[in-house]
Ligand binder design. Sequence first.
Ligand code: FCB
Length: 448
Amino acid sequence: MKYTFPPDFVWGAATSSYQIEGATRTGGRGPSIWDTFAARPGAIKDGTNGDVACEHYHHYPHDIALMRSLGLQAYRFSIAWPRIVPGGTGAVEPRGLDFYDRLVDALLAAGIAPWATLYHWDLPQPLEDRGGWPVRATAEAFVPYADAVTRRLGDRVKHWITHNEPWCASTLGYLTGEHAPGRKEPAAALAAAHHLLLSHGLVVPVVRANSPGAKVGITLNLTPATPASPSPLDAEAARRFDGAFNRWFLDPVHGHGYPKDVVADYAAAGIDALAAVRAGDLETIAVATDFLGVNYYTRHIARGGEAGNAPRVVEEPGPDRRTDIGWEVHAESFRALLVRLATEYPPQPLFITENGAATHDGPGADGRIVDTRRVRYLAEHLEAVAAARAAGARVDGYFAWSLMDNFEWAWGYTQRFGLVWVDYATQARVPKDSAHWFRDVIARGGLG
Ligand code: FCB
């Protein structure tokens, strides 16, 4: 079978500021919640942080040459708020803007379209000190920051993503405490989610005003839920998971407000999920956008309880069907998700803004990196995109996560998602087999 994509399909790779830049004390950058969190004993699996990471702040010309050698047409990166407004509010740091200015110019000179994400989790620490995302003032502070960035880069950056994965920023940051700032406060997590979405709605018009003709959207991480058995308990567990994880974000950005069944679930647990919502907020959040960014890695197998359940028909996968981070490989759920988005939500272009696999494969004796499992993962997921397109889903582009190995949040450097290997001791970059494979896919415009 041949899987081809239209000639204008966008092929790219993605990264984020804290995960690759390093240089956390350079150019006037202020502290972010990830600097603070990573310093907390036990917060990061290997005790590391993003102080150095891939030193992309210094090596970006080389990294862009690498992107060019892979034939990437687009590069999704994020802008570090603490480089632009180190205090969270107030003075803009020109050296921060200068860095991204140079990056954008170098990308354009290499023929690579810059796709900029305004928030990929590195909140300025001073804003967290004043309450973080659970307070409304943080959403308001996002506006002048986004204004400064889009004023400076809006003439050249023509694709903007307001937020990356507000589920992670709110739930992992403020409910489970696995991510910065490491708080475990259920009510605060819901307020954080609301303010993240609100800030999205607030900045879309700012981006449009400063970047004429640009396309703007939000990126959500969507994890479909599969009931483990046909039992009503498992179906109910799947509904709940899908509601809190996917619909809680999809529905309001599409103008449907927060899903009522999930609001009721929270109420039953004694939580007023709408406590932070003010009149007009839902209209602000429902602002028209040009595309939806979709990050997909895995599905969730939902099980509601043991007693009375029908036997499982969906077994938890063994290690052979998981990537090294433990996430199940399940491309069929990806296809079904994309078709669902096209049928249940207003028609709009979808871009896969992240998809990829963690595998540990490193250089062999000959220096070659044979990451066969990553190639297989990417191929299966691209087949899923092609199948979804054939079924009517309008997917207009695909960004592999990630261009290169990097700081994987609470996992530190223990997980490698890159198409390109990074030797952290020397900062050498070595394209893996998957990088060569992806280059050929792009050159061919699809899977052969
Ligand atoms: C996503 C994040 C990205 C990276 C991948 C593996 O949730 O957006 O930064 O960590 O997971």
